[in-house]
Design a protein around this ligand. Structure first.
Ligand SMILES: C[S@@+](CC[C@H](N)C(=O)[O-])C[C@H]1O[C@@H](n2cnc3c(N)ncnc32)[C@H](O)[C@@H]1O
Length: 267
């Protein structure tokens, strides 16, 4: 990455737009801060319901397959999984413009780990809080276990949302092993992935991430995930597509079948 993540900006846009809906699945009031002026203007316009629906429809038509709807569904599902985990501490890995440390009630001490360029951009827009610690790491070059030297080995909820698809197979493997090494048994690892069968498809969604310099590079086949995790000290607890997650919240706008949210427990 040569700049702060553009895909993190896209997710913040989808969350900011969702926040303006009357039937919103969550409220992320910080998301708008991470957006450039042209997107902020769009979000403010979306506060008027007919315009909000129209903007959503235009995005969904331009990027069919559901990047917006999938980001919204995964955000809400992960909010709920994080709350249910009741962790002693949280680790947002590849945190981007995730504002859970600020917006979810009762968040424990939260470590935000991200690529240095994205993390720097985030810290310019959000005030430091005593329960949030920032750790810059380029997972393509550095080991998590080294960057998080001294990380307390407690029951942790890890959120690794929207990141594995931008890494190499080796970085995903090493990072998962590091997560198991540094967290206590009973910890939860929530991660998203792209179904490998769809990794090389040629859709507007695939094209836009490639165009902003963040092409998808990694995916799992859903059937291999349970065994892959067992080999690394984790037991899979659930694995839903974004489309299934959206249905769980009665959101009847098409979301992706190939974009998946999985959660696992450290043994
Ligand atoms: C699509 S964004 C998702 C951000 C956030 N988790 C969310 O869901 O809002 C991808 C994130 O992965 C991070 N990322 C990509 N490659 C990385 C790397 N090599 N090391 C660390 N973070 C990386 C980016 O900085 C960015 O924050």
């Amino acid at each position: 990455m040569r700049t702060a993540s553009r895909t993190a900006e896209h997710v913040a846009l989808f969350r900011a737009l969702e926040t303006r809906r009357r039937d919103r699945l969550f409220a992320d009031d910080l998301a708008i801060r991470f957006l450039p002026a042209r997107y902020r203007w769009l979000v403010r316009s979306a506060a008027l319901p007919p315009l909000g629906h129209r903007i959503a429809r235009i995005i969904d038509r331009r990027y069919p397959g559901g990047p917006r709807t999938s980001a919204v569904a995964r955000t809400r599902l992960i909010d709920d999984l994080l709350a249910a985990a009741e962790p002693d501490q949280a680790l947002l890995l590849g945190a981007g413009y995730d504002s859970r440390a600020h917006r979810l009630p009762g968040m424990p001490l939260t470590y935000e780990v991200d690529h240095p360029l994205t993390q720097r951009a985030k810290r310019q827009r959000v005030a430091d809080r005593p329960h949030v610690r920032y750790v810059p790491v380029d997972l393509a070059a550095d080991r998590l276990v080294t960057a998080l030297d001294g990380f307390p080995r407690k029951r942790t909820a890890v959120v690794w949302e929207g990141v594995t698809n931008y890494l190499t197979e080796e970085a995903v493997d090493t990072t998962l092993r590091d997560l198991v090494a540094i967290t206590a048994p009973g910890s939860t690892v929530i991660f998203t992935y792209v179904d490998r069968a769809a990794l090389d498809a040629d859709t507007p969604w695939h094209r836009v991430v490639a165009k902003v310099g963040e092409p998808w590079t990694f995916g799992f086949r859903p059937a291999e995930v349970p065994g892959y995790l067992v080999e690394r000290g984790l037991n899979l607890k659930g694995d839903l597509s974004a489309a299934e997650a959206a249905a769980r919240y009665h959101r009847h706008e098409p979301a992706a079948g190939f974009y998946r949210i999985a959660w696992a427990e450290v043994r």
